[in-house]
Design a protein around this ligand. Structure first.
Ligand code: AMP
Length: 279
């Protein structure tokens, strides 16, 4: 497995492969890799000649300094996992290598999907995400790029980015990987205390329950149900939204002929967790 810190070296390596018509798969991550990330890497390896994984904690997508500072790092273990998975190359640039002296996000307009949910509660977040994904797509020029449905809104934003910027990349969504108790795997989970860890499976349990109730219950009652359930816990519900999958517009009645999804963001102390489930 090759490790690159400089984009020039990575670009050179990839240009040699592209001359030979090799398909490049790309998986961007922020490290602290788990089985969810691994499933994306495995998919890329299975469907491309060469897989690049980036590990980069992107400062411009954090709207809270504290969250960025506390973001966990486990580089050695990450490299071991990637090597054992069969990854071909890892890109670990410094902030300087990507942003030079200008650590700011560019501005993007995605037709509204960037404004709800994560966009509303983390102002500037999707500008930061789009800036880094766009930069990585420009450097790597992958044929296929893999993103988890765990960050469903991000997946839709990246699809839109590729569409409006005419980028020749297939953006591929991958299912959410969960712990045995249903908790969506996340790098942030390592920061949970044992008490919080015992409580957070409630997020997925509640999502599952809302999906079951959706067959017979109005949206308004579902929202009230979720609020009531979380009020009984130490978890702080940031938002619960039922939206149509592509437009991400909040819906007021469920039309089972369309694809709808329940989205949730919860704070366990200072640790912010998100999840979603198709209805
Ligand atoms: P992150 O390192 O959190 O930025 O995640 C890197 C990629 O892995 C993103 O496309 C995430 O959506 C995806 N990912 C994170 N957690 C999971 C999970 N539990 N299941 C599937 N994909 C995931």
């Amino acid at each position: 497995m090759q490790i690159f810190e400089k984009k020039s070296a990575l670009i050179l390596c990839l240009s040699l492969l592209k001359e030979k018509n090799k398909q490049i798969g790309f998986v961007p991550t922020m490290g602290v890799l788990h089985k969810g990330h691994q499933s994306l890497v495995e998919k890329s390896i299975a469907n491309n000649h060469f897989t690049v994984v980036s590990i980069f904690i992107n400062p411009t997508q954090f709207n809270k300094e504290e969250d960025l500072k506390k973001y966990p790092k486990t580089l050695e273990a990450d490299l071991e996992l990637l090597k054992n998975t069969g990854c071909d190359a890892v890109f670990i640039p410094s902030v300087d290598e990507i942003y030079k002296q200008n650590v700011v996000a560019k501005s993007y307009v995605f037709g509204g999907i960037e404004n709800q949910m994560e966009g509303a509660f983390r102002p500037g977040h999707f500008d930061g995400v789009a800036t880094i994904v766009h930069a990585f797509f420009d450097i790597i020029k992958p044929n296929n790029a893999y993103f988890g449905e765990k960050d469903f809104q991000q997946l839709q934003v990246v699809k839109k980015l590729a569409e409006i910027k005419n980028l020749p990349v297939n953006v591929i969504g991958c299912p959410i990987f969960r712990e045995k108790d249903g908790l969506a795997m996340s790098s942030r989970n390592v920061r949970l205390t044992s008490k919080q860890r015992a409580e957070v499976p409630f997020i997925y349990q509640t999502l599952k329950e809302t999906v079951r109730l959706a067959k017979t219950t109005s949206i308004k009652e579902l929202y009230a149900f979720v609020e009531k359930e979380f009020a009984k816990t130490a978890l702080d519900l940031e938002y619960f939204t039922i939206a149509e999958e592509t437009s991400l517009e909040e819906i007021s009645t469920i039309n089972f002929n369309r694809k709808n999804r329940a989205f949730i963001a919860v704070n366990a102390g200072s640790i912010r967790l998100i999840d979603n489930l198709a209805i």
